[in-house]
Design a protein around this ligand. Structure first.
Ligand code: G1P
Length: 291
């Protein structure tokens, strides 16, 4: 019997240097895809997946994130006064249930593993999800995290979302060493963080969605540094593989790497093309570029 996955961690302490100067005074997770910040897509995915508690691991200069998920009384009053009822609803719909959001600060940018470790007291002894907001997923059918939780509820163990990437890009990801693979779920017996293409055990790469057993905290507590001299989540997951099964799920949908400029632009186009109010306009616009 698995325990229910009720809590999600959002590591949002990163500096976002790839998007400077846009991210000088604004968290990278607040960059909008069409008209919604990246972090809101991630939180909405977690809500859709049934998550009840939202744990943000923040850092300096990230208060805009806290404000985004809180009331803005002046704005709400002004929208009501002006009769902008639809917009008022959009602003209220952002708000999570009172008491369901928790913030803790990473204090030092020591890597993804360290960020997750900072949430350990808030997680306790139960399975939890981790969502990286700059991996934006447009799912087919159920959202990506829900698809993963469905697998977890059957199997337990650690479950991550995976994608096949071109060989030359393995140095951007955590990569699986696969022991069995049915074309949808790959069971792994090893993991390497950002291997060079010639050293990569496969081209199956982790994207920013994880369901983890709390066992991982035992390894993260050792604070061992790996690739890039950072405390890597990948390394900690790899070290629990002798006792925690590890599966990668090829989810139904597409992931956009909003940590890269091209991926971010592509996500904006893809999400705009899904919108009834924007599709025609964007298609017209795109034609003017292809001439
Ligand atoms: C992190 C993880 C990596 C994973 C990637 C997914 O890397 O360390 O294993 O594949 O997220 O986006 P980052 O992109 O933070 O360098």
């Amino acid at each position: 019997m698995t325990k229910p996955v009720r809590k999600a961690v959002f590591p949002v302490g990163g500096l976002g240097t790839r998007f400077l100067p846009a991210t000088k005074a604004m968290p990278k997770e607040m960059l909008p895809v069409v008209d919604k910040p990246l972090i809101q897509y991630a939180v909405e995915e977690a809500i859709e997946a049934g998550i009840e508690q939202f744990i943000f691991v923040t850092g300096r200069g990230k208060t805009a994130l806290e404000d985004h998920f809180d009331h803005s009384h002046e704005l709400e009053d002004m929208l009501l006064e002006k009769g902008k009822i639809d917009t008022h609803k959009i602003v209220l719909d952002i708000l999570p249930e009172p008491g369901s959001v928790f913030y803790t600060r990473q204090m030092k940018p020591n890597g993804l593993g360290h960020a997750v470790w900072c949430a350990k007291e808030l997680i306790g002894d139960e399975p939890f999800a981790v969502l990286l907001a700059d991996d934006l997923v447009m799912a087919k059918g159920k959202c990506c995290l829900r698809q993963m939780i469905d697998v977890y509820n059957e199997t337990g163990g650690n479950v991550v979302a995976i994608e096949e990437v071109p060989r030359e890009e393995t140095n951007k990801y955590g990569v699986l060493s696969v022991m069995s693979d049915d074309g949808r779920i790959a069971q792994a017996n090893g993991l390497v963080e950002k291997p060079n293409p010639e050293d990569a055990p496969s081209n199956l790469s982790i994207i920013g969605r994880y369901i983890l057993e709390p066992e991982v905290f035992k390894e993260l507590a050792k604070q061992e540094r790996g690739a890039g001299n950072e405390i890597q989540l990948t390394d900690a997951m790899a070290k629990t593989m002798d006792r925690v099964e590890f599966r990668g799920l090829r989810f139904d949908g597409r992931r956009y790497d909003c940590g890269s400029k091209l991926g971010f632009i592509e996500a904006n186009l893809a999400f705009a093309l899904e919108r009834d109010d924007l599709r025609d306009g964007v298609q017209e616009l795109l034609k003017t570029f292809s001439q």
